[in-house]
Design a protein around this ligand. Structure first.
Ligand SMILES: NC(=O)c1ccc[n+]([C@@H]2O[C@H](COP(=O)([O-])OP(=O)(O)OC[C@H]3O[C@@H](n4cnc5c(N)ncnc54)[C@H](OP(=O)(O)O)[C@@H]3O)[C@@H](O)[C@H]2O)c1
Length: 329
């Protein structure tokens, strides 16, 4: 099968494409003909080897988490049949940019009817990350005020729309060029981070932070009493590490760096959360049903070919792309 892969850890010189052995479905897996695959910024760090201890690669390693496609083969008696259109987030970056992908059936969901394959492939990671952050961690309620940092990116563009769908009031941050874009997506107030501190719009019930770094402590300090801070960039907490299978003691050690944030949030009467995305077909089905009502749209800004994965990684590495990038097969 044709695929885009990396031949070792490194910069874009290791990104290549060509023929690799066909994916083979194991027990409990369906074989999917991939029509499109979404690109996520974490892959740039994975390409460089940043997570090689937790997710060791075998080269050539086919990259990518998010797919939309058509079922070629599925276990008998399961919920999916040959020919069904589906979308999914793979458990690890093990093969989205390829003509075929083997996917555990529990991770599949019907593709939203109203979306193209490219649009559907843009969603799994950003939608699941935000769904789990808003519903499981922050318990975001109608009428609450949420701050969305990096509102113009892949995660933020989905988060603005889901927060509005849940009935929240939304403030979102981006550069000057993206203020109109975030308003179009439904943000009640937009902030140009270069000219206005986000605290001017607070305090917030929930801060959803797609930037982190120096913004974490400021985000926690901008919470109302009882507020919840959810950071998604290199601030994973012990719960997240346990959820991806780390033993208790290892999870606690891996999350030691966020302990000061947990204490700062507690001192404000609030909570700190550092989730890592979990793949989940049932949640994608719920999200797909909302999308098909027209309440949330996909935000694909560029579609690349399999041969152009390095260009997509270059674009993501700028940190300035709008919405999502997708590879079409
Ligand atoms: N924890 C997890 O499991 C998890 C899951 C998904 C994503 N993530 C991480 O979350 C981050 C966001 O993901 P993404 O897919 O949305 O990335 P993305 O699409 O690459 O985000 C790009 C956007 O970030 C905005 N941005 C850059 N600096 C900013 C700042 N200082 N303030 C506000 N906005 C800023 C840019 O807007 P302007 O061009 O207007 O500046 C751009 O639109 C990434 O670091 C990603 O790796 C983590």
């Amino acid at each position: 099968m044709r695929a885009a892969f990396i031949t070792g850890y490194g910069d874009n010189a290791v990104v290549s494409h060509g023929e690799v052995p066909d994916a083979v479905a194991g027990a409990g897996e369906a074989l999917i003909e991939v029509r499109a695959a979404g690109v996520n910024p974490v892959e740039v760090y994975m390409r460089q080897g940043a997570f090689h201890a937790a997710f060791p690669f075998t080269f050539p390693q086919v990259m990518g988490f998010d797919i939309s496609g058509v079922v070629r083969a599925a276990p008998d008696g399961g919920p999916f049949r040959v020919g069904d259109e589906v979308y999914a987030r793979l458990p690890n970056p093990r093969g989205a940019y390829a003509e075929l992908a083997a996917v555990p059936v529990a991770l599949l969901a019907p593709k939203p009817r109203t979306l193209s394959h490219a649009e559907a492939a843009s969603l799994p990671t950003v939608a699941l990350t935000t769904w789990q952050s808003f519903l499981e961690r922050a318990r975001l309620k109608a009428g609450e005020h949420v701050l969305i940092q990096a509102g113009a990116g892949g995660v933020g563009s989905f988060a603005i729309q889901l927060a509005k769908h849940l009935g929240a009031k939304v403030t979102a941050t981006a550069s000057a060029a993206n203020q109109g874009w975030m308003a179009e997506l439904g943000a009640d107030r937009t902030i140009d981070y270069a000219t206005e501190p986000f605290e001017a719009a607070g305090p917030f019930d929930v801060v959803y932070d797609g930037v982190c770094g120096p913004l974490v402590e400021r985000g926690i300090q901008s919470l109302k009493p009882g507020g919840r801070y959810v950071g998604i960039v290199r601030v994973a907490d012990a719960q997240s590490y346990r959820e991806i299978g780390f033993p208790d003691a290892v999870a606690t050690g891996a999350a030691a760096g966020v302990q000061p944030f947990i204490e700062q949030a507690k001192a404000k009467g609030g909570e700190f959360h550092g989730p890592l995305t979990r793949s989940d077909g049932a949640q994608l089905a719920e999200i797909g049903a909302i999308i098909d009502t027209g309440a949330i749209r996909a935000t694909v800004s560029q579609v690349y070919g399999l041969a152009d994965l390095a260009a997509a990684y270059d674009a993501l590495a700028t940190g300035r792309t709008r919405g999502k990038l997708v590879i079409a097969l």
